[in-house]
Design a protein around this ligand. Structure first.
Ligand code: GDP
Length: 348
């Protein structure tokens, strides 16, 4: 979110005292510049990724640098580190084979091997896809799916705040009618971020809510519609059938809708997130992923497994519970934050 005007005009406490006692007026001191928003975010991302860094990079360093030369690097140990960092089996073997060929080609140092891994991870995280662009159509309809507890409602609230801050008129549609609490939660978020809300009673047909949502959005000239859906166990076939029906209704009532199916996954679930993404993608065709709770988990490596196994772009990552804690995912920034606490080195 943009900084508020109060931050731009903030006065150091000492300055007020000086005005009250002109005799003691100190030499003018330039106010300490506020850190730029982006820097604050990078710092928070680095801190948030601390446990994943420990799990992946810390252990990689041990294997690569312990014996001092690349000839003695144990590929089996590397395999173990990569597998235990939740980056996925397929991805691990892809990286290992790159390292093997690097060794055959005479890689000269452990540092070089680390660069190979870093470059490999960046490549695996970079998925070619059209960006999520709500300016493309009006109303732009986003259908949000995911298992209960992953942070779906919070993500919808944060997205509403984000689009609202861009001057867009936002509407939430409470199509998770399975849990009464889900409708209430969404209502609270709608007040908090100033979004319109379309809801029915708990137990209503989710497709009927979706239908009303689309027509309300068209008549109110809404820019972005964010539709919440049920998330009881994804293995239950009737959930997927229900979601498919909602998707069909959206498509029938508004050309090309849903314009994005956004799957919310919880990074702390590790491999479970990959299993969920496969199930939802198979049933619905997911357009993008939001990975929540990246702060404070050692399982953040799963982000690599998800993009590598499914080739679905990560749109946003959640790094906290606050409104401002949802950030667009940028592979380069992420890899830098993961590998390098101080952010001084760059990916080669
Ligand atoms: P839902 O059941 O999928 O709708 O999940 P909720 O949105 O209710 O979120 C479940 C819990 O996860 C809540 O306590 C949220 O505050 C928390 N949560 C959501 N996103 C994040 C995140 O990025 N980081 C952290 N630490 N907590 C989050």
């Amino acid at each position: 979110m943009e900084r508020g005007p109060e931050e731009a005009t903030s006065v150091r406490p000492g300055a007020t005292a000086a005005i009250a006692q002109p005799d003691l007026l100190p030499a003018p001191v330039a106010p300490t510049p506020e850190p730029r928003r982006e820097e604050t975010f990078l710092e928070r991302l680095r801190t948030g990724l601390g446990k994943t860094r420990e799990q992946l990079i810390g252990r990689l360093d041990q294997v690569l640098f312990r014996r001092g030369s690349v000839e003695r690097v144990d590929l089996e140990e590397l395999e173990e580190v990569l597998l235990s960092a939740d980056i996925g089996v397929k991805t691990t073997y892809q990286l290992l084979s790159e390292m093997e060929s690097e060794l055959k080609n005479g890689a000269s140092s452990p540092d070089r091997m680390k660069e190979v891994i870093k470059g490999g991870l960046l490549r695996l995280l970079t998925v070619e896809s059209a960006p999520l662009d709500p300016d493309r159509l009006k109303p732009f309809i986003v259908m949000v799916v995911g298992v209960n507890g992953v942070g779906k409602t919070t993500t919808i609230g944060k997205l509403g705040a984000l689009f609202g801050s861009q001057g867009k008129k936002v509407m939430f549609v409470a199509a998770d009618t399975f849990r009464a609490a889900a409708i209430e939660q969404l209502e609270i978020w709608s007040h908090r971020v100033g979004a319109d809300l379309v809801k029915h009673k708990s137990g209503a047909d989710p497709s009927a809510v979706a239908y009303d949502g689309v027509h309300a959005a068209i008549s109110r000239k809404t820019d972005v519609v964010i539709l919440d859906t049920a998330g009881r166990l994804h293995t239950k076939a009737n959930l997927m059938e229900e979601l498919k029906k909602v998707k069909r209704i959206l498509a029938r009532e508004c050309a090309g809708a849903p314009h994005e199916i956004l799957l919310v996954l919880d990074a702390t679930g590790g491999q479970n997130a990959i299993v969920q993404s496969k199930a939802f993608h198979e049933a619905l065709g997911v357009g993008g992923i939001v990975l929540t709770k990246m702060d404070g988990t050692s399982k953040g490596g799963v982000i690599i497994g998800i993009t590598a196994e499914l080739n679905i772009p990560i749109r946003f990552i959640g790094i906290g519970e606050g409104l401002d804690d949802l950030k667009p995912f940028e592979p380069m920034v992420f890899v830098e934050a993961l590998f390098n606490e101080s952010g001084k080195q760059k990916v080669q």
